[in-house]
Design a protein around this ligand. Structure first.
Ligand SMILES: [Cu+2]
Length: 481
């Protein structure tokens, strides 16, 4: 993997190299070399792996963030202005090993690169449109001149196909923001167009702590039928791939920290529903929203924070418990990969004899689910090309039976400061793992149930179990049945 430093060096950060690269790219084209050289070279990212933080090479210093399965866009400093170049374009994004999606994004990936600036920076962002339709970029949450707000039709004309627009404003307010199109929004966001923006404070800030680890990611969702690669953009709620930075478990990298680190995680929600994001083993406080840092008196401990549509929540905690801690959306359907939502519940249904009869009629039919759905995780069922098992991932103790919005916070005593690499699975101290009990098991105390003698003989209430069986499965109600 190419390191961040090599990546920047290799991409040519000097003006001469930029000019040479652009000249090479446009030689023969009827484009003024001077005009093209005025644009910062667009930097593209080919990898979906988490890139090392981009240490600021110039400008005001700050503590950079780490974008989960993402990267920060390098800039060019021109007369004290930070210049970035976003290229809106179709991309191929690996959602997890084994599945690639045809999305729209920026600079080679969906989501686009994170933009990091410092409070007070004057920022110039060139946006080149290589999509098949017009677009714009809205800088969600920012204080800026109205005409820089990126709402096509309202504050600017849309950026036509093939054209480049420039946005310029001062990053007035420190905080965590997002960017996304405000032109054919439903399509373009359903296709993956979004990115993170962090404005770091220019000096010590009473409400913004310095942290050892600062992670960020966006929530997005896609509806991609198994075997296909392009999201169905008309889907409103019934998505089948719930992603963090357009990745699903087990494709989402772990958040690797050192024992005792103060950790900040910034999460923005650009899906169509809310996501209660839950961390195991620690309590956190919400220290910021996209409206800015929260007052200290408004902070209380939580282990789950619900992030509504169009919101950002920034949480902080001290990572003082070693281990591999689950970190996920608490909507259990959001920690699953592509699945059919129309599958009936078969728990408790007796399949005896059914499989043999069905096999005669439908040779490839499989009966599943009568003891729950855990079988699904380890089932060797042939999948269509380019899809993922609904429940998957293997940990040190077996199948995790997860997918979608799931990752782990790995807290390690020996993780070096600034080292974000995956330390592998946790080695549990002896005697600290739940284990099988092989001694005597006492009879559990139960509440007394109604005695059959005390109820009318015909009443189903005579036996609670009988009542449950009777109601376990109702007719689906097809017309004519
Ligand atoms: Cu969720």
């Amino acid at each position: 993997m190419v390191s961040r430093r090599d990546f920047i060096r290799g991409s040519g950060a000097t003006a001469a190299a930029v000019t040479a690269a652009i000249t090479a790219a446009v030689s023969g084209a009827a484009v003024s070399r001077v005009a093209m050289a005025a644009l910062p070279e667009p930097v593209s990212q080919a990898s979906a792996a988490t890139q090392a933080p981009l240490l600021p090479p110039d400008g005001r210093p700050y503590d950079p963030v780490v974008t989960l399965n993402g990267w920060t866009l390098p800039w060019r400093m021109v007369d004290g202005v930070k210049e970035f170049h976003l290229v809106a374009e179709p991309v191929v994004r690996e959602l997890a090993p084994g599945m690639k999606a045809h999305l729209w994004g920026y600079n080679g990936q969906s989501p686009g690169p994170t933009i990091e600036v410092v409070e007070g920076d004057r920022v110039r962002v060139y946006v080149t449109n290589r999509l098949p339709e017009h677009t714009s970029v809205h800088w969600h949450g920012q204080r800026l001149p109205n005409g820089m707000d990126g709402v096509s039709g309202l504050t600017q004309p849309a950026i036509p196909v093939g054209k480049t627009f420039v946005y310029e404003f001062v990053a007035r307010r420190p905080g965590t923001f997002m960017y996304h199109p405000h032109a054919d929004e439903m399509t373009q966001m359903a296709m993956g167009m979004m990115g993170f923006w962090v404005t770091h404070p220019k000096a010590a800030h009473p409400l913004i702590a310095r942290v050892e680890r600062d992670f960020c990611f966006l929530l997005s969702a896609y509806d991609i039928e198994p075997g296909s690669a392009t999201p169905k953009i008309m889907t409103m709620t019934d998505f089948n791939l719930w992603t963090w930075n357009s990745r699903v478990f087990p494709g989402i990298d772990s958040l690797n920290v050192r024992l005792g680190d103060r950790v900040r995680i910034r999460v923005g929600n650009l899906t169509m529903t809310n996501h209660p994001i839950h961390l195991h083993g620690h309590e956190f406080s919400v220290t910021g929203t996209d409206g800015g840092p929260t007052p200290v008196g408004s902070r209380w401990p939580e282990v789950t924070t619900d992030i509504a549509v169009g919101q950002m929540r920034q949480v902080e905690f001290i990572a003082d418990e070693e281990g591999d801690w689950a970190f996920h959306c608490h909507k259990s359907h959001h920690t699953m990969n592509a699945m059919g939502h129309a599958v009936p519940t078969l728990i408790g249904v007796d399949h005896t004899g059914l499989a043999a009869r069905l096999a005669r009629a439908v040779p490839d039919h499989m009966v599943m689910g009568e003891r729950g759905m855990a079988d699904m995780a380890e089932m060797q069922m042939p999948l269509p090309d380019n899809t993922l098992p609904m429940m998957t991932g293997t940990g040190p103790f077996g199948s995790l039976e997860m997918g979608g919005m799931f990752s782990t916070l790995k807290v390690r005593r020996d993780q070096k400061p600034g080292d974000f690499r995956d330390p592998g699975w946790f080695s549990h101290p002896p005697g600290t793992v739940a284990r099988e009990w092989t001694g005597p098991v006492g009879t559990p105390a139960r509440a007394p149930s109604a005695s059959p003698a005390a109820s009318p003989a015909a009443s189903p209430a005579a036996s609670p179990a009988a009542a449950v069986e009777l109601q376990a499965r109702k007719p689906a109600g097809h017309a004519g049945h």
